[in-house]
Write a protein that binds this ligand. Structure first.
Ligand code: NAD
Ligand code: DAU
Length: 351
């Protein structure tokens, strides 16, 4: 059983839930969270655990080889759970290079240091967290992504993630590094940065601002509550087979426009607004360049081999998420600052 884990990107949306899940469910383990605190990293996500004696936060860049080596030296990690990444597709269209730097060069930096320090690979694990977007875009309703679907990344974000997956597998094949990879569908829940569809729409509805729906709103995503993803990562970390890939999904496909209408209904109820008030904010805008049509994950391998399944129904999870954002106004307001507004100006200037 692992005793010292390096978690990268633990101040982000999913990473912070993973850190909290591990501390709650395996309190004896030592966790070091290495995070650069980019615009997406937020230590407010970790206040519940910041004073835990088995938890250490380090502000730093995964591309900084000296720093990563010093951390391996100091903490003698037996495992890495690697989540740090640039994660937003729209930003990757504005600035692909940052995605190559963090997602590719950063991942290879971590692989190199792990390879160097783990002279003996027994009881070691490099767990790489990836995305279903590496598989491309599904056109046919009956198709699903499985672990053997060929890679077909179509945005700079997914191309960078696909590249990092290839490097992780290459280090397993070439050097015998013990690795495992999981590819997950769209997450939602508390602490998600409000550039992503669900928290962006919650924030805009609250403020009576337009809800931008790309194209005709017909694109489909498979949504999973973030804590179910954290639990899948915990299960794969402990029970996954070295060298394997596991798909993680919610069995929960929604067209964007239907999801937004459901969210509008929930928000009207929560804000005591008359029925159909929020729907009037829906505004169709120019489509995302290269917008993938549909993602749908077949997670039967994870279910049958590791006995995992999603536990939160979407309507329940969405309501919990709305409650969290409405009850954590300071969290949201601290983020919705000048930088975020500038990013939005840049995004729409380029369309
Ligand atoms: P996020 O953008 O919320 O968080 C990313 C975190 O990484 C931030 O805390 C940021 O500060 C940190 N980071 C970025 N660059 C760094 C660097 N160079 N060095 C150290 N830290 C750095 O992302 P997320 O949505 O939580 O996604 C986490 C991981 O899960 C990513 O690898 C992403 O590709 C993957 N993923 C996300 C989803 C999703 O729906 N959000 C789904 C499947 C997979
Ligand atoms: O599938 C997993 C991926 O899900 C993760 O790897 C990514 O890190 C994560 O960002 C997410 O990517 P998407 O591009 O699917 O998520 P996003 O929330 O940006 O968009 C969801 C859908 O909503 C997509 O079809 C684009 C659309 N959209 C998005 C935004 C921000 C809109 O219609 N309007 C918007 O304002």
């Amino acid at each position: 059983m692992a005793k010292s884990i390096l978690i990268t990107g633990g101040a982000g949306f999913i990473g912070s839930h993973v850190v909290k899940f591990f501390i709650k469910n395996q309190p004896s383990v030592n966790i070091v969270n290495l995070d650069k605190l980019t615009y997406a990293g937020n230590l407010q996500n970790l206040v519940e655990v910041e004073n835990n004696k088995n938890y250490t936060f380090v502000k730093g860049d995964i591309c900084d080889e000296n720093l990563v080596e010093n951390l391996f030296e100091k903490y003698n990690f037996d495992s890495v759970i690697h989540l740090a990444a640039e994660s937003h597709v729209d930003r990757s269209i504005l600035n692909p290079m940052e995605f190559i730097t963090t997602n590719v060069v950063g991942t290879v930096t971590l692989l190199n240091v792990a390879k160097k320090f783990w002279s003996d690979f027994s009881d070691k694990l490099f767990y790489h967290i990836s995305t279903d977007e590496v598989y491309g875009s599904l056109e046919n309703e009956t198709d699903f992504f499985t672990e053997t679907t060929s890679y077909d990344p179509r945005s700079p974000y997914s191309a960078a993630k696909a590249s990092s997956d290839h490097f992780v597998r290459a280090y397993h094949n070439t050097f015998g590094l013990p690795v495992v990879i999981s590819n997950c569908s769209n997450n939602y829940g508390p602490n998600q940065f409000p550039e992503k569809l669900i928290p962006l729409a919650i924030n805009n509805i609250k403020k009576n601002n337009p809800i931008p729906v790309y194209g005709k709103g017909e694109n489909i995503r498979d949504w999973l509550f973030v804590v179910d993803h954290a639990r899948a990562i915990f299960d794969i970390f402990h029970k996954g087979v070295v060298g394997q890939t596991y798909n993680i999904g919610g069995d929960n496909e929604w067209k964007n426009i239907d999801l937004i209408k459901l969210l509008c209904k929930i928000m009207d109820e929560k804000l005591n607004r008359p029925k159909n008030t929020s729907e009037k904010l829906i505004t169709f805008v120019t489509d995302r360049a290269g917008h993938d049509m549909r993602y749908a994950i077949d997670s039967s391998k994870l279910k049958s081999e590791l006995n995992w399944k999603p536990s939160v129904y979407f309507e329940e999870g969405l309501e919990k998420t709305v409650d969290w954002y409405l009850n954590n106004e300071p969290w949201l307001e601290n983020i919705v600052n000048g930088n975020y507004k500038n990013y939005y100006q840049d995004l729409y200037k380029n369309r």
